[in-house]
Design a protein around this ligand. Structure first.
Ligand SMILES: [Zn+2]
Length: 413
């Protein structure tokens, strides 16, 4: 049985809201950003700090490259947080994220359930009488811009597509996807694979005036139907460009000339591409702790991440490296990580880890799901009825997608 990882995330218990333009850029500073976390915990902000609490020395004042100020920004309404174990409770959250149509409303709903994808620290600077800017912990805002949400959703969508192609490569023509050039390798996807909210436009029309006007109208008048444009070429669009030399370096002398043109070579290139894209997202904000289970004495591994986006990339990574076995609930269709044999339903409880002072405490929390109960009361009688009307167990299994063992157990008098 797989070991179930834990990935702790924080959701603001008061929810989130869009900050459209409430503050002038001058007053609003994106200035506070700190790198990495340690497990000294600041209860007020619900976050761990690297280094000593209250020391501003680890905090970057002034905007950093990674911080986006573009409005609107999705801000947490307060600093009160709830702890979620995304890993156990929503093991395939990255798929839900990839398929989110990034309207402001949808993003708000997602954040209210799972938190902001990244927590940037915005700081309102107050100019004092003598003209000196002062920074105070009382006016810190935690948030992430709309632009960044949209960008990350699109990127995740592409990565999920890449994963699908890698997992079921026999069904795809890899020659269409991986183009080998003189020095560069490009990865292309068909425009049909784009999310519905992205409008593909042929790149040879890029500079034509009619297209320019059209594109402006498409975004502004589509009422949220289209939120982004990509430039395509003959029905495909490019998602990545790689230097041939970087492949050469990795495989050293093992690359024979026909490597690039064989299906195995192309699959290898796709794996390398996805690996690189995942590595970029899982950065220095992941901590691993081994904790002893006080009941059994066994040692379990726990992953802590302060960043929901990283958590989702860890999930994607585990599926990419086939490190876990996830199942779909027979009742609600959501994914879950089975913790025992023959588990068909979402778990009713999940284990979370919280930190109290210097101790990590395991806590069992209800997931609020009762899929097994509902399935038994709602669907079991229907299955028994089908059987009584003369259908065989195999026929019922094919029709309903249920495992044969379960039907056998149900129809047994
Ligand atoms: Zn379920």
């Amino acid at each position: 049985m797989d070991r179930v990882y834990n990935c702790v995330s924080y959701v603001c218990s008061e929810g989130y809201e869009w900050e459209e333009r409430g503050l002038e850029i001058d007053d609003m500073l994106i200035s506070l950003y700190f790198k990495g976390i340690s497990w000294s915990f600041n209860e007020k902000y619900g976050i761990g700090f690297s280094g000593k609490i209250g020391k501003t020395i680890n905090w970057y004042f002034g905007s950093t490259q990674e911080v986006k100020i573009n409005y609107p920004v999705l801000l947490a309404k307060s600093d009160k947080t709830l702890v979620l174990n995304i890993w156990q409770q929503y093991p395939s959250l990255y798929k839900k994220f990839a398929n989110l149509q990034p309207t402001k409303n949808n993003i708000l709903q997602f954040a209210n359930s799972f938190g902001n994808i990244k927590d940037y620290y915005f700081h309102k600077n107050v100019i004092s009488k003598n003209g000196v800017k002062s920074y105070s912990v009382d006016n810190i805002f935690i948030g992430c811009s709309y632009e960044e949400w949209r960008k990350e959703i699109f990127e995740m969508f592409e990565n999920v597509k890449l994963l699908e192609i890698i997992q079921r490569f026999e069904e795809f023509d890899l020659d269409d996807i991986v183009h080998i050039g003189e020095d560069l390798i490009t990865i292309w996807l068909p425009i049909e694979a784009l999310p519905k909210w992205v409008y593909p436009c042929e790149s040879d029309k890029m500079f034509d005036e009619k297209t320019q006007n059209l594109l402006q109208n498409i975004l502004s008048q589509s009422e949220g139907k289209y939120l982004e444009i990509v430039w395509s070429h003959k029905g495909n669009y490019r998602i990545e460009t790689i230097r041939k030399s970087s492949i050469q370096q990795i495989f050293e002398d093992n690359v024979k000339p026909d490597f690039y043109f064989s299906p195995e070579g192309k699959l290898q290139i796709l794996k390398y591409t996805l690996m690189k894209r995942i590595n970029k997202k899982i950065t220095n904000n992941v901590t691993l702790r081994n904790l002893i289970n006080p009941q059994t004495g066994e040692i379990d591994e726990f992953i802590f991440s302060d960043n929901l986006l990283t958590t989702m990339y860890l999930q994607l990574n585990n599926d990419f490296l086939k490190k876990r076995n996830i199942k779909r609930c027979l009742y609600c269709g959501e994914y879950f990580t089975p913790v025992k044999e023959n588990q068909y339903y979402c778990p009713e409880e999940a284990e979370i880890i919280i930190q109290e002072k210097n101790k990590f405490i395991r806590k069992i929390v209800p997931t609020g799901k009762h899929c097994k109960n509902y399935d038994y009361t709602k669907n079991k009688p229907k299955i028994i009825d089908m059987y009584k009307k003369g259908m065989t167990i195999e026929e019922i299994s094919t029709l309903t997608g249920r495992p044969i063992e379960q039907i056998k157990r149900w129809v047994k008098r």
